[in-house]
Design a protein around this ligand. Structure first.
Ligand code: XMP
Length: 517
C-alpha cells in the first residue's frame, strides 16, 4: 500500500486515484494521524499531499521528522514538499508573492529519478505562496521556475523526493510520468494492482466471511448497487437474493434493464417488488420537493423492510440464516465520513436506497475501497453490460423530483416519453460520454399556448438540463450541438402530444443545482 497523507486540500483523493491508475494500491490517511501509526501500517511508500496552508501559518499541519527516517520512500507535493524541506533543514521563504496556475518548469537535472525522459521545459500546475530557496543538505535540486529556485529536489540514497507543483492534476503535462517514476523507480514498486486482482481478492474474502449463510442486496438501478451485487453473486451465487423496489418513478426501460440485462449477465436471484401504486398514493396532492423526497425515502424503506422480513421468514422456514446485507458504499464516502482508518463509520446516504438505522445484519461492502471509475472497471470484469456499467447518475427519488408539481401517473408517462426521446438522441449523437447527465424536467403546472396543424394547443413545457461535471459538486451547462437540440425538440413536440414547447436550461451550478428540485 502507498499511503497518501491528506493535508486538507482537495488533492488527496486525486493523488490516490492517480497512484491507482499506475496500478499501485493506495489509501488516504489524515495528516492528524501520528507518524508511528502511519508507519505501523507498513506502507511501501508515502506521498504527502498539497494543502491550503503556509508552513508559517498558525496551526499549520506539521510533520514529525521521524517519517523521513524510517527508510520508507517519501514523495512530497506542494505543501508536502515544503514541509519536507523545512523538516529536513532546507529553507522555505515566506515570499509574499504567489505562483498560481500553469507554470513553466525547467528541469536542471535530466537524469534525475523523477524527471528522466521528460522534456527540459514542461508545463506544470502550481498553487503556492511560500517557496523553497535552499534544499536540505544532501539533496540535489532537480528543477526550478522563474519564481522558485528550488522547485524540485531529491535524495536518491534516502529515497526522498519532492516537487513544488501538483503532478496529480491534468495541467501538469508530465505529472503522471513523474508520479510513476517515484513509484516504480524511487520506491521500486511494481504495477500489479489490477481489476482482476481486486475481483479475486473480494470474491475470496466474501466467501470466507459469509460461509453457509445468506445475504440480501438492494438494487437501485444504479451502477454501485449493481456492481456490488454482481461481485457478491460471483462469490456466493445462490446464497444471495437481490431485491429491487419498483417505485414507479424510474425512466422508460430501466426496470426492465434490471429485470433482464442484470439477471442475464449475472444469473443472480432477483425479486422485484412492484410498489408503484403505493408510492403514487403517498405522493398524491404533494408538490413540495422536500416533502416528495421524504415521502419517497420513507416508503422505500418500508417496502424494502417488508421484502427483507419476508425473505428472512422464508429462510427461517428452510432452516437458513440471512445474516448479511450488501451495500454499494464507495471509497469517497468512506474518506468523507472520516474513515479510511478501518473503523465502521457508515455514512447515511441521502439515497432512496438509504437504509434503516437499526439493521440487524452485518454489512458487506465490497466496493468500500474503490473509486467510481474503478467500480465501473470491476463491473466490466464481472460481466455487466455497458448500459449498466456506464450509466449516468440518476437520483434515487427518480422522476418524482423531475416533475415540478404533483406527481401523477399521467404526468410520469408524459415525462417518461420525453426523457426517452432525449436520451435516445443524445446516445445516437455519441454524446453520452461528453455529458455528465441530462435531467429532463416536466413543468407540470405551467401551460403555454402553441399551434399545431390547424389547431391551438395549450400544453406543458419540457426543460432539457444537460450538464458537464467532474463530481456533481459544480457543473456547467453542456454546449450541445444545435442540430441535436433541434432533433430532440422536434421529436418531443411531435411524439408527446401533451408537450408543445422544449426549453434549454443554460444555468451553471452554482447558482442552479443540477436537478430542478
Ligand atoms: P444537485 O441537484 O444537488 O444534484 O445539483 C447533484 C447530483 O446528485 C443527484 N441527486 C440525487 N441523488 N438522491 C440521489 O440519490 C437525491 O435525492 C438526489 N438529488 C440529486 C443529481 O442527479 C446529481 O447527479
Amino acid at each position: 500500500t502507498v499511503l497518501v497523507v491528506d493535508f486538507g486540500a482537495q488533492y488527496a483523493q486525486l493523488i490516490a486515484r492517480r497512484v491507482r491508475e499506475a496500478r499501485v494500491y493506495s489509501e488516504i490517511v489524515p495528516s492528524t494521524m501520528p507518524v508511528s501509526e502511519i508507519l505501523a501500517k507498513n506502507p511501501k511508500a508515502i506521498i504527502l499531499s498539497g494543502g491550503p496552508s503556509s508552513v508559517y501559518a498558525e496551526n499549520a499541519p506539521s510533520l514529525d521528522r521521524a517519517l523521513f527516517e524510517a527508510g520508507v520512500p517519501v514523495f512530497g507535493m506542494c505543501y508536502g514538499f515544503q514541509l519536507m524541506a523545512q523538516a529536513l533543514g532546507g529553507t522555505v521563504d515566506n515570499t509574499g508573492s504567489r505562483e498560481y496556475g500553469r507554470t513553466d518548469l525547467s528541469v536542471s537535472k535530466p537524469s534525475s529519478t523523477l524527471f528522466e525522459g521528460t522534456p527540459a521545459e514542461q508545463q506544470v500546475w502550481m498553487s503556492h505562496g511560500d517557496a523553497c530557496s535552499a534544499a536540505p543538505e544532501g539533496f540535489t535540486v532537480t528543477a526550478s521556475t522563474s519564481m522558485v529556485p528550488v522547485a524540485a529536489f531529491e535524495n536518491d540514497e534516502l529515497k526522498l523526493y519532492g516537487v513544488q507543483h501538483h503532478p496529480e492534476v491534468m495541467h501538469s503535462t508530465y505529472g503522471q510520468q513523474v508520479l510513476e517514476h517515484f513509484l516504480y523507480r524511487g520506491a521500486g514498486l511494481a504495477p500489479s494492482w489490477t481489476t482482476t486482482s481486486i475481483v479475486d481478492e473480494q470474491v475470496e474474502a466474501i466467501r470466507e466471511r459469509v460461509g453457509g449463510k445468506r445475504a440480501i442486496c438492494g438494487l437501485s438501478g444504479g451502477v454501485d448497487s449493481a456492481v456490488a451485487a454482481a461481485l457478491v453473486n460471483k462469490a456466493i451465487g445462490s446464497q444471495l437474493t437481490c431485491v429491487y423496489v419498483d417505485h414507479g418513478l424510474m425512466r422508460k426501460g430501466e426496470t426492465e434493464q434490471v429485470e433482464k440485462d442484470f439477471v442475464a449477465a449475472t444469473g443472480a436471484q432477483l425479486r422485484i417488488v412492484d410498489a408503484s401504486e403505493r408510492f403514487l398514493d403517498a405522493l398524491a396532492g404533494v408538490s413540495d420537493p422536500e416533502q416528495k423526497r421524504k415521502i419517497i425515502g420513507r416508503e422505500f424503506i418500508r417496502v424494502f423492510e417488508q421484502a427483507q422480513a419476508e425473505l428472512v421468514a422464508e429462510a427461517d422456514e428452510a432452516g437458513e440464516d440471512v445474516a448479511f446485507l450488501v451495500q454499494g458504499t464507495l471509497y469517497p464516502d468512506v474518506v468523507e465520513s472520516g474513515g479510511g482508518t478501518g473503523t465502521a463509520n457508515i455514512k447515511s446516504h441521502h439515497n432512496v436506497g438509504g437504509l434503516p438505522e437499526d439493521i440487524e445484519f452485518e454489512l458487506i461492502e465490497p466496493l468500500r475501497k474503490l473509486f467510481k471509475d474503478e467500480v465501473r472497471m470491476v463491473g466490466q470484469e464481472v460481466g455487466l453490460p455497458d448500459n449498466i456499467v456506464q450509466r449516468q447518475p440518476f437520483p434515487g427519488p427518480g422522476l418524482g423530483i423531475r416533475i415540478v408539481g404533483e406527481v401523477t401517473r399521467e404526468r410520469l408517462d408524459i415525462l417518461r416519453e420525453a426523457d426517452a426521446i432525449a436520451r435516445e438522441e443524445l446516445t445516437a449523437a455519441g454524446l453520452d460520454r461528453d455529458i455528465w447527465q441530462c435531467p429532463v424536467v416536466l413543468l407540470a403546472d405551467v401551460r403555454s399556448v402553441g399551434v399545431q396543424g390547424d389547431g391551438r394547443t395549450y400544453g406543458h413545457p419540457i426543460v432539457l438540463r444537460p450538464v458537464s461535471s467532474e463530481d456533481a459538486m459544480t457543473a456547467d451547462w453542456s454546449r450541445l450541438p444545435y442540430d441535436v437540440l433541434a432533433r430532440i425538440s422536434t421529436r418531443i413536440t411531435n411524439e408527446v402530444s401533451e408537450v408543445n414547447r422544449v426549453t434549454l436550461d443554460i444555468t451553471s451550478k452554482p447558482p442552479g443545482t443540477i436537478e430542478w428540485e
